[in-house]
Design a protein around this ligand. Structure first.
Ligand code: SF4
Ligand code: SF4
Length: 247
């Protein structure tokens, strides 16, 4: 999230209306079932079924919050400019489930997806070196610049579409896309999501997320199923899950 987006997040601060509270409560109930369940793997059918239920409820939650707040969201399945972002904060179980979905639904594309992910990782590394060099020339006492924020903003402007977009620029893993993609919404005009506007103060992108108690359970589930410590990037995790040992 850029500084501009963080500012908007602080400015808009959409509260959860009464009508959405029971939906959120049901989400937490199902997340607790996921947490308490005796699942050996996040690829267990019971785990996936419960998680799919959470995803469906989350969609209802977001819709209810926006409707009751009289806010229009202009996102749609056919809109994909935001998919140029470096997707970070993916839960371990989400990455593993996405990899499994790709194996089952796009087996012929696996090599291409892995190669694109790895190219994108190299590009991020290249940009990271550039950003660090530039920051070393600036007096950080005078000008506080968030290194990660700058790196992600620069990466977005390179216009490198997510390797999971299909030839129609649609998310090929839409039913199992991670929370981090689901929470990113635009409250005004899709054209504002174009990478060149990443630092434009008028762009109304917003993170419409779950409440803290739900995210805490998701964090615990992330650590429980984690196989690659410290890695939460979609493009860095997918090659590992697609090439690694299969359950
Ligand atoms: S965030 Fe922007 S680019 Fe992404 S789906 Fe919404 S309107 Fe489209
Ligand atoms: S996983 Fe899907 S929604 Fe998320 S960035 Fe990639 S293509 Fe877009």
């Amino acid at each position: 999230m850029s500084d501009t987006e963080k500012n908007l997040q602080a400015k808009v601060n959409i509260s959860v209306p009464d009508e959405a509270i029971p939906v959120h409560r049901e989400i937490v109930k199902r997340l607790k079932l996921l947490e308490g369940g005796n699942f050996n793997s996040c690829l267990d059918s019971g785990f996936i079924s419960l998680l799919n239920g959470v995803y469906e409820l989350f969609q209802i939650f977001q819709k209810t919050v926006l409707e009751k707040s009289s806010i229009n969201c202009c996102c749609s399945v056919s809109c994909a400019m935001c998919c140029n972002h470096w997707v970070e904060d993916v839960n371990s179980f989400e990455a593993e489930i996405i990899a499994d979905y790709i194996r089952k639904n796009r087996p012929r594309d696996i090599e291409k997806i892995i190669n694109t992910c790895m190219d994108d990782c190299k590009e991020l590394e290249r940009l990271d070196n550039l950003v660090q060099n530039q920051l070393s020339l600036i007096d950080q006492k005078k000008e506080r610049i968030d290194e990660i924020d700058l790196l992600l903003s620069v990466y977005y402007q390179m216009k490198r579409p997510c390797p999971l977009l299909d030839h129609n620029s649609r998310c090929s893993v839409y039913p199992v896309r991670p929370f981090t993609c689901r929470i990113y919404v635009n409250l005004s005009d899709p054209s504002g999501c174009s990478p060149e506007y990443i630092n434009d103060g008028e762009v109304n992108t917003y993170l419409l997320d779950l409440e803290e108690n739900a995210n805490e359970i998701l964090d615990r589930l992330h650590f429980r199923f984690m196989k690659y410590e410290g890695d939460t990037g979609l493009r860095s995790l997918l090659p590992k899950y697609l090439e690694g040992p299969r359950n």
